[in-house]
Design a protein around this ligand. Structure first.
Ligand SMILES: [Zn+2]
Length: 75
């Protein structure tokens, strides 16, 4: 007897799994964030973050295929 409404596997993020961001801290310089520029402390840091995005520093983490050279022998 399982109640389907009890646990929904695709019912959104689990409780406690909040945004992985240091609350109240500027991710650029770790100063206290300003509400107007959240999560940054100033427009300058927001611009820094934005430029990082454009420069590719924040690119999606690359998952290196472990079995890329599979034909070269087994490990
Ligand atoms: Zn800052």
């Amino acid at each position: 007897m399982t109640d389907p409404s009890e646990t929904d596997p695709k019912g959104g993020p689990p409780a406690g799994a909040d945004v992985p961001v240091l609350r109240g801290r500027c991710p650029i310089c770790s100063k206290a964030a300003v509400h107007a520029y959240r999560p940054f402390c100033s427009k300058r840091c927001a611009d820094v973050d934005l430029s990082r995005w454009f420069s590719g520093s924040y690119a999606v983490p690359v998952v290196e295929p472990d079995d890329f050279e599979d034909e070269s022998g087994e490990r």
